[in-house]
Design a protein around this ligand. Sequence first.
Ligand SMILES: [Zn+2]
Length: 425
Amino acid sequence: MSGAARRSRTNAPHVNADRLWSRHMDLARIGTIETTGNCRLALSDEDAAARELFAGWCRDAGLTLRSDRAGNMFALRPGRDPGRAVVAAGSHLDTQPHGGRFDGISGVLAALEAVEALNDAGIETEAPLAVINWTNEEGVRFAPGLLGSAWFAGRIADETLDNIVSADGARFADEATRTGWRGDMVPADLTLDSFFELHIEQGPILEDAGAQVGVVTSVQGLRWLDVAITGRDAHAGTTPLGARKDALLAAGAMLVALHRAGLAAGSDARVSVGRLAAATDGPSTIVGHADLVIDIRHPDEEVLVRLTGICAEVCRATAAEYDCAAEVSERLAIPPRLFDGDCVALVEAAASALDLNYLRLPSGALHDAANIAALTPTAMVFVPCRDGISHNVQEYTAPEDLAAGADVLLHAMLERAGCRSDGQG
Ligand SMILES: [Zn+2]
C-alpha cells in the first residue's frame, strides 16, 4: 500500500507541506547571504527580526508566547488537562555566520507546523504542547554553543549566563533585553513530559540509504586530545635526513596513523585533526615543535574511551619513530547521550505508520536535545540534506522530506500528548 493510499483511509492529521516550506523561505529572507545562505547570529538584529516573524506566526496560531532569562522562546498551547506535563518540540533559529536555511530552523518550524496541523484538524490534546526556540545553539556569537538549552538544563549559572561577552563586545543579558526576549519565565514554570527535536541530518547517511526519515537513537560522545610534539629545530641544508627530530614530519605521520586507527574502530567511529600548528614557519627550518588537537567521537562510551587510548598511544609511538616526543592530554570529554527508549519508539512507530522509509542512527553532531535529555524523556527526528552538506550556504532539504519529518514529529507528539480518537477535541 502506498503512503498516499494509507493516508487517505485514515483521519490522521497531516502537516501542510506548502506552509512549512514557505515559512522556511520567508525566514530565509532575513539575513540572506549568497542567495541561498543565512547569517543570523544569536541575539543580533537579524535574529531579532527572525524571532519577531516566528512570534507573529505563533500568535496567529493562537499560542501564548513566553521567554526566559536566556531568551529561549516558548509558544504554548493548552491541553484538555492543564495538570498534565507539557509535550514540547523545537530547535534553534540562530545560524552559523555562513550557514544555511534549515539547520535548526526546520526543527522550530516543524514543531509549529505540528501545532498548526492540530489546529486545522480541530484536535485538542490532553497534555499541553510547547514550541521552543533555544537561544544561541550555534555558539558563534556567544560561547559556548547550546547555550540556551544548557542554561535551561541547569548546566550554566544565572550570573555566568548574564555576563558572557560576545566576540563583538556585547553582554549576553544586555542583548537578550535589547531584542526584547529576556523574559521572567523560569525552568520550573515548564514541567516537561517530553521533548522532540527535528533536525537536518547534516551528514550523508540518510541520503545514501534512500531514507526519508532518521530515528535518532543517541548523540555520540566526544573527546578532544591535545598533542604536543617536541623534536629539535634544525637547518634544512646541513642536517642529514637520518639525524633529524622533525616534529612536523612526525605530525604528518600521526595524521595518517590516526586516520587508520579510526577506520579500524568501525563505521561509527570518527577521528579527526582539524588543527595543526608548527611552532616555526620557515622553508629552511626543520620544525622543532608542533601542536595538534584530535577530535574523537563514538556513540558507545566504552568504545570511545578505548579509541581515545589507542589514539594517544598512536601519537606516542609515531613520535618515537621520528625521534620526537609526544605529550598527550585530554581537554574535553562529553559522554554519549542515549535518548529515551519510549520516545525513540514513538518516533519509529510514527515513521512506520506513515509508511516512510526510515533508518535508526546516532547523531554525529551535538544538539539542544542532548541537554534537554538530562531533564525529560527526549528523542530526535532527522531529515536528509543534499550531499550531507551543512554549515554551508548550499545546505538543502527537499520540501517533501521536511513534510515527512514534520509528520513524524506531529504523530509522535500526538501519541505522547494523547487525544480523543474522534478528532473532535
Ligand atoms: Zn543545528
